[in-house]
Write a protein that binds this ligand. Structure first.
Ligand SMILES: [Fe+2]
Length: 177
């Protein structure tokens, strides 16, 4: 039992550091986004991410632990890649730059989804119901964020496809409206 609780705490420390890094990265991604819906999705997720940090603080409280991050190298790598995508995007056309940003952001979401899923399983196993409830709530929001990114990407992909097929700017304007 004690070992599972320790595992859960380590996982939460990792997630806390991941979320803290994201609160710094998401404003840069929002700033780099050209598409207004994508910008909005990043801004919305920034607000959610701040809540995710608060929920993790609460989870530590329920477990009688000090809220403390443990360096999450995976998120550091993903954020580093995100920065590269932002830099490289400056040389790309807006559509390609936005699509690359979405890809980077979905990698982040998938990492978080797996982390929260594992942490929730551990919380359930040791019957830490309040903690599992908190993690469940955040997991739902990460999944919704991923879903939102997929739906923002769809028309952009369609637009990119049409442009490749030789559609004119006027045709594309029709697709956008
Ligand atoms: Fe999050």
């Amino acid at each position: 039992m004690a070992n599972l609780k320790e595992l859960l705490i380590e996982e939460l420390q990792d997630l806390l550091h991941a979320e803290m890094q994201l609160t710094k990265a998401l404003p840069q991604m929002a700033q780099a986004a050209h598409n207004p819906k994508l910008k909005e999705a990043f801004e919305k997720h920034l607000a959610q991410t701040e809540t995710h940090v608060e929920r993790l603080d609460k989870a530590f409280e329920f477990l009688g632990q000090k809220s403390q991050p443990k360096p999450c190298r995976a998120m550091a790598g993903l954020v580093e890649e995100g920065k590269e995508v932002i830099e490289e995007g400056k040389q790309k056309d807006p559509l390609a730059a936005d699509l690359a940003l979405i890809t980077a952001a979905q990698k982040v979401e998938h990492y978080e989804i797996s982390g929260y899923g594992s942490a929730r399983s551990l919380a359930r196993l040791i019957e830490a119901r309040e903690v599992s409830h908190l993690l469940d709530h955040t997991l739902g929001e990460e999944e919704a964020a991923d879903f939102l990114l997929t739906s923002v990407a769809k028309p952009l992909l369609q637009e990119a496809r049409l442009a490749e097929m030789g559609a004119t700017e006027a045709d594309l304007e029709l697709v956008r409206s």
